[in-house]
Design a protein around this ligand. Sequence first.
Ligand SMILES: Nc1ncnc2c1ncn2[C@@H]1O[C@H](COP(=O)(O)OP(=O)(O)OP(=O)(O)O)[C@@H](O)[C@H]1O
Ligand SMILES: [Mg+2]
Length: 178
Amino acid sequence: MKERGFCIWLTGLPSAGKTTIAKELTPRLQAMGRYTELLDGDEIRKGLSSDLGFDRKAREMHAARVTYVAKVLARNGVIPIVALISPYRSSRAKARSEIGSFVEVYVSTPLELCEQRDVKGLYKKARAGEIKEMTGVDDPYEPPEHPEVLVDTKSSTPAQSADKILAELHRLGWLPAA
Ligand SMILES: Nc1ncnc2c1ncn2[C@@H]1O[C@H](COP(=O)(O)OP(=O)(O)OP(=O)(O)O)[C@@H](O)[C@H]1O
Ligand SMILES: [Mg+2]
């Protein structure tokens, strides 16, 4: 019997922890015998979205392309794990309606902590005026109002966040009762 696919969509500020948590989720789901695919915003910008910049239209297009890929995976029983800043509520709402089987996870990390982590050094560059359109600095981030799951990376480790997401997937019926 084909298992039901669904999309786990991680949204949050740069350096919030989306990629880190996505990588914690993957082995947990695979251990349950599920197929997963990590759709990481940065990786996709190297290929499918390599023509896109960071203005609103480009960010919307980036999210729309990721949405399409996630949709075709999910409808074939795969669990796409999307790690994408996806700063606009409207883009995430479109993803939700297009994909249908959709679990929005807000990786909630205060801006100050993201700036301390600054994995790619982009906050520093943005504060120095060397780059523009940096989410959280001079570009907006619209936090989810009703995410299925909120993980607080200030108080939880990546493993604890992944476990919380898993527990919610069971509770919501996307995964069979544990
Ligand atoms: N509790 C935590 N949860 C998640 N990440 C954490 C936590 N504590 C520390 N970190 C660190 O914070 C950093 C988060 O970086 P990560 O690349 O996952 O962010 P991101 O949300 O994918 O950012 P970007 O949008 O720039 O790709 C990593 O270096 C990770 O090790
Ligand atoms: Mg990332």
